[in-house]
Design a protein. Structure first.
Length: 82
C-alpha cells in the first residue's frame, strides 16, 4: 500500500504501528504516543514520523497527540491481520 503523497510503500515500522493500533482498537479509545511507544518498546521519536504519515494517509486518526485506527485503517488491517 502506498502512503498518499509519499510515493513509498508502508515500511516495517509503519506497519508495526498500524498493526498495534489495529489490535488495540477494542481495548482503548485513543492511545497516547508514549503508551504506543511503551507497547512497541520503541522511542516515541522513532514512531512520531510513522504516526504522522499514517495520519496523513487516513489510516490513523490523531486527536491531540492520541491515536486510533481509522475506518480506512481498519479495512486495511482486516485484509492483513484477521
Amino acid at each position: 500500500m502506498k502512503i498518499a503523497g509519499k510515493g513509498a510503500d508502508l515500511d516495517a515500522l509503519r506497519l508495526q504501528v498500524l498493526q498495534e493500533l489495529y489490535h488495540s482498537r477494542h481495548r482503548a479509545d485513543f492511545v497516547s504516543m508514549a503508551e504506543l511507544g511503551n507497547r512497541l518498546r520503541l522511542d516515541v521519536e522513532l514512531i512520531r514520523p510513522a504516526l504522522e504519515d499514517l495520519s496523513e494517509a487516513g489510516l490513523v486518526v490523531d486527536n491531540d497527540n492520541r491515536y486510533h485506527i481509522s475506518s480506512h485503517g481498519e479495512a486495511f488491517g482486516a485484509s492483513r491481520w484477521l
